[in-house]
Structures are given as structure tokens and as C-alpha cells.
Design a binder for this molecule. Structure first.
Ligand SMILES: NC(=O)c1ccc[n+]([C@@H]2O[C@H](COP(=O)([O-])OP(=O)(O)OC[C@H]3O[C@@H](n4cnc5c(N)ncnc54)[C@H](OP(=O)(O)O)[C@@H]3O)[C@@H](O)[C@H]2O)c1
Length: 332
């Protein structure tokens, strides 16, 4: 069966189960983009599951405070949630967040790189198209800066912390987009407005993010670091994703979601499952709360796909090492 058809069938026929409460008790989690949507519901599950500390990493502190109050009211648990500033469209903000975490968070059991955007207008941040910057470059930069902290926490508390990238099975629909960006270097191609199809940009960003996450995990084996890195795909959900798009894109999104999108609460169960799945999920895609490696299309799992992942990773390393020398080359 075609990959996209398999994904649609699962979306329509299976409801992801919520992981067991006991695995999160007393632990510390950080969730980016957690003032709304999937991030908010992930944080709410973790608080409900008696986590000791849950940090909402958000760009809008007022929205974060509102989310905190909402979680406290619905769970009846106070003194667990903290709201921290993080703008994923800024290198400086990502660096400041990682520095604060290094100073103020000794234990990290799970980190969810959830913040993401879908736009339909060309916009640059840090010299790069915003979707590619926020969903890929900023996300991988944050992962690189947080990894040593997860490694240290794992060693100190004898645990295997998880870094979960929130991906999307839509990524596999973007092969054409990635292929047409190849000439002259992928990231130059992604930044070439003439070659870009903004209708495909979000899917492209999720494909590039998955390529990077897989290569990152392949280079930082859990046997060496004690840190699990995986990719969680929550399925199509009714969230604010795409809220800044124009009326045509909004209408297309509403039409798609009407075919069977999950609530953010149901979608966030997949993210929680990724946080508690452990070593076997390292470098793998999780959907419907199960590892779904067989979902990869052949062009992605074969030698061509492996090379694509390596090439994208190499370019990303070059970009990030220019911003902060050693951020990847000196990872343990
Ligand atoms: N919804 C789906 O169907 C679906 C399916 C698969 C994967 N995903 C992924 O799930 C993740 C969460 O999306 P969602 O569906 O929950 O969408 P959402 O409701 O729009 O939430 C996105 C979150 O990301 C935050 N964000 C955006 N840009 C940011 C920035 N520059 N810095 C910090 N935070 C930023 C948003 O903050 P503001 O509120 O301040 O904008 C918001 O908290 C994304 O990575 C998305 O790609 C979603």
C-alpha cells in the first residue's frame, strides 16, 4: 500500500493510547511551543502524570502564563509548571534558553522540540526562510545545545533522557521539493524564493527535520550518550497550526482536518509515548504510539535516502558551526 494511504488509514481507524502514568512521576520535562496546541496538551499530560517539573518554553510569556494557569486548574497541581522565554526564530534566544537551562535545571528526563510554524508567505529570519529556520535549523541548534545537558542528567540520575523531535508523516510527500532544491546546496535551494513552493514548504521542512534528526541520532548513539533521540508524528490534529496563513490555505486546512483530524489531546498522546518509549525508539519514527519504521518510502530508506540525510546534516553542521563553533563538532 502507498505510504500516504497507510498513514491516512491509521489516522482514520486508530486512536493512540496514552502511556502509563508511572513512567513520568517525579521527573522533569521541557516542552517548546507549549502555550497552545499539541505542546500544551503534552505538558498537561505530563503534569497529570505527576511529573515534578514541567517547563513551558514559549515565545510569548503572557500566553505561557495563561497556559500554566489552565494546566494548574485542570490538573489541580500547583508549583510544577514554569514558563520560560524561547523564540525559535532567533539564534540568540535559543542560546540564552540553553544557558539558563544549564544553570537552573539539573535534571532533564524529556525534552520535546515541538514549536513549529506553517506559513504561506515568504518571510526571512536570521537570513533564512522562516519555516526552514524554525522547524529545522533552530530546532537542531537547540537539540545540539541541550544534548550535553541531557547526557549529564542521564549520567547523574542513571536514566536515559529522551529528546523528541515533533515530526510529521507529511514529510514523505515532499521528495519533489527537496530534489528541486539540491543544485547549489540544499539550504541555498530552500532559500531561493523562485524555486520554492510555499504550499509544500511545511512538508518540506518536516522532511528536512526528520533527515537531520535521524542523522543526529545515528552519530550520537544511545549506547554512548545515554540519550534517546526520536521523531514523534502526532497525526493530523485540530490545532492553531497555519493560523497565520491566508484564507485559501486556511480553507484547504479546514477541509483536510474535517476528514478526521485528532484533537490536540489525542495527538499529544503520541508525543508522550515517544518520551517514555526508551532505547528501542532511538533514531526512529513513532506514530500512533508505535515505532513505524516500515512507513518510510523506499527512496527514503535506501542508499539514496541515507545519502540525502548525510548531505543535509553536513550542510546543517556547517551553518551551525559558523553560529557557534563546536556546538556539534564537540558533542560527546
Ligand atoms: N497539527 C497537526 O496536524 C500536526 C501534525 C504533525 C505534526 N505537527 C507538529 O506539531 C508541532 C506543534 O504544532 P501544533 O499543531 O500544536 O500547532 P500550534 O497550535 O500552532 O502550536 C505551535 C506552537 O509553536 C509555537 N511557535 C511557533 N513559532 C515559534 C517560535 N518562533 N518560537 C517559539 N515558539 C514558536 C507557537 O507559539 P505561538 O502561540 O506564540 O505562535 C505554538 O506554541 C509542530 O512542530 C507541528 O509541525 C502538527
Amino acid at each position: 500500500m502507498d505510504v500516504m494511504l497507510k498513514i491516512s488509514v491509521e489516522q482514520l481507524t486508530k486512536v493512540p493510547m496514552l502511556a502509563s502514568e508511572s513512567t513520568c512521576s517525579g521527573k522533569t520535562y521541557i516542552v517548546t511551543g507549549s502555550n497552545t496546541g499539541l505542546g500544551l496538551e503534552t505538558a498537561r499530560h505530563l503534569v497529570n502524570f505527576t511529573a515534578a517539573r514541567v517547563i513551558l518554553a514559549v515565545r510569548n510569556l503572557a500566553a505561557g502564563e495563561k497556559a500554566k494557569q489552565d494546566i494548574e486548574k485542570s490538573t489541580g497541581r500547583q508549583g510544577v509548571v514554569e514558563v520560560w522565554q524561547l523564540d525559535m526564530a532567533s539564534y540568540a534566544s535559543i542560546q540564552a534558553f540553553a544557558k539558563k537551562a544549564s544553570a537552573e535545571v539539573e535534571r532533564i528526563d524529556g525534552f520535546v522540540a515541538n514549536a513549529g510554524v506553517m506559513v504561506d508567505k515568504w518571510q526571512l529570519v536570521e537570513g533564512m526562510e522562516i519555516t526552514i529556520f524554525v522547524n529545522v535549523i533552530g530546532t537542531v541548534f537547540l537539540a545540539a545545545l541541550m544534548l550535553p545537558q541531557l547526557v549529564a542528567s542521564g549520567r547523574k540520575y542513571d536514566t536515559h533522557p529522551t529528546f523528541a523531535f515533533v515530526g510529521s508523516a507529511l514529510s514523505y510527500s515532499a521528495k519533489g521539493e527537496v530534489d528541486k532544491s539540491r543544485t547549489g546546496g540544499f539550504f541555498n535551494g530552500f532559500n531561493d524564493q523562485k524555486r520554492a513552493s510555499l504550499a509544500q514548504r511545511y512538508s518540506l521542512s518536516k522532511l528536512v527535520e526528520e533527515c537531520a534528526a535521524r542523522q543526529f541520532a545515528a552519530l550520537c548513539l544511545v549506547e554512548q550518550t545515554g540519550v534517546v533521540m526520536n521523531i514523534v508524528a502526532p497525526g493530523m490534529c485540530w490545532t492553531g497550526l497555519g493560523r497565520d496563513t491566508g484564507s485559501v490555505t486556511k480553507a484547504v486546512l479546514a477541509g483536510l482536518r474535517a476528514t478526521g483530524a485528532r484533537t490536540p489531546e489525542v495527538g499529544s498522546r503520541v508525543i508522550v509515548s515517544g518520551l517514555v518509549m526508551g532505547d528501542e525508539s532511538h533514531g526512529k519514527l513513532i506514530s500512533g504510539s508505535k515505532i513505524k519504521e516500515h512507513w518510510q518510502p523506499t527512496w527514503f530508506s535506501n542508499a539514496e535516502g541515507q545519502q540525502l540525510q548525510k548531505d543535509i546534516w553536513k550542510e546543517l553542521v556547517d551553518i551551525l558551526e559558523t553560529v557557534q563553533p563546536g556546538c556539534i563538532s564537540q558533542l560527546s
